[in-house]
Design a protein around this ligand. Structure first.
Ligand SMILES: NC(=O)c1ccc[n+]([C@@H]2O[C@H](COP(=O)([O-])OP(=O)(O)OC[C@H]3O[C@@H](n4cnc5c(N)ncnc54)[C@H](O)[C@@H]3O)[C@@H](O)[C@H]2O)c1
Length: 298
């Protein structure tokens, strides 16, 4: 989506960190913005800053894990602005530690926000993007942890790998409608994600991981080397304009991604492919190539 001026962006987790950075950059590009956040303080702070920057900005308290709340946010966005063109399913939370320590509540919280939140955004907003026929764009926030794994990252990686997979597939589904799709995979960003546990629902409160002020401070320290959210927002807006499949703001991952590519290739059996199976794979690849022809820089 090249022309952003006057168009409408909806951004979850838009009151803080990356979501707020995207909102500010969308405003700089001339967009009107609707931000959704589960924390009233983040929502108020984000809206105040956006309006101080001259934005036409609205917002709503929304828990993205709840499909009914996301649907109400979509209705409200249309009520306020008439249409929506850019949807950033960005809200997310994190928790780290060995997977066998996780409780059912840990899994439900992480998957509910990070994965269901993206799914709910797609369910409620894609029909509204298709309806006006002006095209649009969806950006789903995953993470480099949606492509690379490490110890103690199981729950977060599971949610983010899922976001990468569904987003890359959605790109084919929406191309015939002139709607672009990108997956945002940041590395470290200076945000408030170290405080994520503060918005965790009480009903999912039992956790197998350490939760304390000291732990939050430790995570904050790790994030202090992170990229500024505004810089991430700049990458996102450029990615939307060019309909990039992947939006990778961080250059630090070149060697690791290269190594993973090498590991994948090395895992393939060292022999010729089976002819009959290859014919089926060729057919699938051809269908994929045909679908890919529809993906343009809309
Ligand atoms: N900060 C990083 O280093 C980093 C790296 C890679 C990916 N990410 C991803 O970026 C996204 C944004 O995170 P951030 O780092 O900007 O953190 P952040 O905490 O600063 O911002 C996230 C916002 O989402 C809101 N939120 C949390 N749960 C919600 C829910 N259930 N419904 C609605 N809003 C909710 C929070 O209140 C907050 O305002 C997340 O998906 C995160 O996983 C962050």
């Amino acid at each position: 989506m090249k022309d952003l001026a006057g168009r409408v962006a909806f951004i979850t987790g838009g009151g803080s960190g990356i979501g707020f950075g995207i909102a500010m950059c969308a405003v700089e590009a001339g967009m009107r913005v609707f931000i959704a956040d589960v924390r009233a303080d983040h929502l108020d702070d984000g809206l105040a800053k956006l309006r101080a920057a001259g934005a036409e900005a609205h917002g709503m308290l929304v828990d993205v894990a709840d499909p009914a709340q996301v649907e109400r946010a979509a209705e409200e966005t249309i009520k306020v602005f008439g249409k929506v063109h850019l949807v950033c399913n960005n809200a997310g939370v994190s928790i780290f530690g060995p997977m066998d320590a996780a409780t059912a509540g840990d899994w439900r919280w992480i998957m509910g926000v990070n994965l269901d939140g993206v799914i709910n955004g797609i369910q409620s907003f894609v029909p509204r993007l298709k309806l006006h026929g002006e095209g649009g764009h969806i950006v789903n926030t995953a993470s480099m942890a949606g492509l690379l794994v490490g110890p103690n990252m199981g729950l977060y990686c599971a949610s983010k790998f899922a976001v990468v997979g569904l987003t890359l597939s959605l790109r084919y589904d929406l191309a015939p409608h002139g709607i672009g799709v990108s997956v945002l995979c940041p590395g470290f960003v200076r945000s408030n994600i170290h405080e994520a546990v503060l918005s965790r629902p009480k009903s999912l409160g039992a956790t197998g991981y350490p939760v304390s002020d000291a732990e939050m401070k430790r995570l904050d320290g790790v994030l202090s080397v992170g990229m500024a959210p505004i810089e991430v927002g700049t990458h996102v807006i450029a990615g939307v304009r060019e309909n990039r499949q992947y939006i990778f703001p961080h250059a630090e991952f070149r060697d690791e991604l290269n190594a993973v590519h090498g590991e994948l290739m090395a895992a393939l059996p060292d022999r010729e492919p089976e002819e009959a199976r290859m014919a089926v794979e060729d057919f699938r690849r051809q269908r994929r190539a045909e679908a890919a022809k529809l993906i343009k820089n809309f």
